[in-house]
Design a protein around this ligand. Structure first.
Ligand SMILES: *[C@@H]1O[C@H](CO)[C@@H](O)[C@H](O)[C@H]1NC(C)=O
Length: 215
């Protein structure tokens, strides 16, 4: 009896320790400051209305540039009816996105939204540069674990395979988010011209008011 309760105490103590260790590990991440962290969204999460659905605490900090990554489209999504945006480490290329500040308590939620536990994405700490003041800020980025074969970033439209095309709805969300965030025109023009599969998701078109978004 005494041995059992001693064991219980030990187990409880260990659990407590691991919880504290988990928290202090998070606090050591460069993108964490106090009870907040910085997150870099480059796909649908450039759009405020979109990120606020699951992350209502996200606060807009501005358009930001990520160096040595390219945006590609690879993972198929039933929800969006096409390929979704993916950041792939690529020397010399650049990706624009939106920098958000989110409550630290929501970090595990964001990890699970991104499918970290499924091995789809892994979180990395990167440095991005805010467009407004050139300040370098450490941010959390989700990188695809299975890198797509070939680079469709700068392929001419007719050469982008169907399984690498986003839906019209997804591309419109990105364009709307990029415009709203103040991302440079040149990047938005590239986005608008990217080959899409012409599929739309009506309830998302309505929710995000995409009618007026021209591609
Ligand atoms: C795209 O889809 C619309 C219907 O949603 C259709 O009218 C149009 O012809 C399609 N365009 C192409 C290029 O397939």
């Amino acid at each position: 009896m005494r041995a059992l309760s001693a064991l219980n105490v030990l187990v409880m103590a260990l659990c407590g320790v691991s919880q504290i260790r988990g928290l202090s590990l998070l606090q050591q991440l460069p993108e964490v400051h106090g009870d907040k962290f910085y997150y870099f969204g480059f796909g649908s999460n450039m759009l405020a209305k979109r990120i606020h659905i699951k992350n209502p605490s996200a606060k807009f900090l501005g358009a930001a540039l990520l160096k040595n990554y390219r945006v590609d489209f690879s993972l198929p999504s039933k929800f969006w009816k096409g390929a979704v945006a993916t950041a792939v480490p690529t020397f010399g290329m650049q990706t624009w996105g939106t920098l958000w500040e989110i409550d630290l308590v929501n970090l595990p939620d964001l990890d699970s939204q991104e499918g970290v536990h499924l091995g789809r994405y892994r979180p990395v700490s990167v440095k991005v540069k805010l467009r407004s003041n050139d300040k370098e800020i450490p941010a959390r980025l989700y990188v695809i674990t299975k890198e797509p074969k070939g680079n469709v970033r700068d392929l001419p439209s007719h050469e982008v395979p169907l399984n690498r095309q986003p839906s019209k709805t997804y591309l419109r969300v990105m364009v709307k988010g990029a415009m709203e965030s103040g991302i440079p025109k040149k990047y938005i023009t590239w986005l608008k011209g990217f080959k899409h599969n012409n599929k739309t998701v009506q309830q998302l078109e309505d929710l995000f008011e995409l009618d007026s978004v021209e591609l």
